[in-house]
Design a binder for this molecule. Sequence first.
Ligand code: FAD
Length: 316
Amino acid sequence: MSDVLAVTEHRRGELRDVSYEVITAGRELADATGGDLHLAVISGDTERFAEDLDREGVDYIHTVSDGEEFNHDVYVQAIEALHAELDPEVVVMPNSVNGLDYAPAVANRLDLPLATDAVGMEYDGGLTVTREMYGSKVETAVEVGGDQQAVTVRGAEWPAAEGVGDAEISAFDVDIDTDAGSTVTGFEEVGGGDVDISEADFIVSIGRGIEEEENLDLIRDLVEATDATLASSRPIVDNGWLPKNRQVGQSGKVVTPTVYLAIGISGAVQHVAGMKGADNIIAVNTDPNAPIFDIADYGIVGDLFEVVPELIEQFS
Ligand SMILES: Cc1cc2nc3c(=O)[nH]c(=O)nc-3n(C[C@H](O)[C@H](O)[C@H](O)COP(=O)(O)OP(=O)(O)OC[C@H]3O[C@@H](n4cnc5c(N)ncnc54)[C@H](O)[C@@H]3O)c2cc1C
């Protein structure tokens, strides 16, 4: 009993970034426990997903074909059955909307201690998980206890697994009880259309520095000129100027673009929690002491109402 089981995630036919991140987190853990890394691929185009997920460090991939999209009952029952078969030391799940739906149920049914929102994990005979508290101001080390554990890991905290692996891929048969309670009848996006900022490569993100809703048109012009995706800090969403699915941060989405252009955003810890994984952070702010400059790769100390029109002109 030293193996690790990591559960992957997909949505509307595409694997989510966190699927590659749980491989890295799971591999690190399996190296420490001295066991194998097993991946669970549940529902959707499992064959295609399994091929894509066969990255360096994965030993076994188990596919469970049942339905297309996420279904609570299918995930819970599939993981429960895999757990019974593999007897892993730790189950690693994404700390995503889906993960937080099924992970507590899995832990409850398997009577496992559950540590959520892990930003670090260490194993030394027992599992210790690093979690953030008080709006990411302090980190705590939590000794999870028990012989077997369940953990959800925060997105963008571990790098995505790369390389080509030679995992053994096999279909895992589970007798899913379809009368368990929930049925997926369709898929509807919440307001804001099909945009998923967590998948965007170039994000223009706007904060309270924009002052008025009407001024958002200026930012939309920049988004168009740069072919970027529009996102924001929380006050913009709280004001109802942009839909919730555009919010970056602790209570919004975690994004990992190549470029994150933060305009009129101060860089509060709750915002930074959602974008610190960006490859290149560029900040525009009138205040040279704004905390966003502490993490920015490039900074422009200036008035966005002067800088943004200039950027639009340069990119048009
Ligand atoms: C439990 C909890 C969860 C939270 N979750 C989130 C979250 O998910 N996401 C999030 O973003 N926040 C979140 N917050 C809120 C967070 O603490 C901050 O209040 C918020 O991020 C601030 O947004 P902001 O940077 O746009 O605004 P402000 O902090 O007001 O910053 C505005 C910035 O614009 C600059 N500025 C002003 N005028 C101009 C100009 N003309 N040109 C250029 N710069 C200008 C200012 O110098 C300032 O730095 C959360 C808070 C709590 C308590």
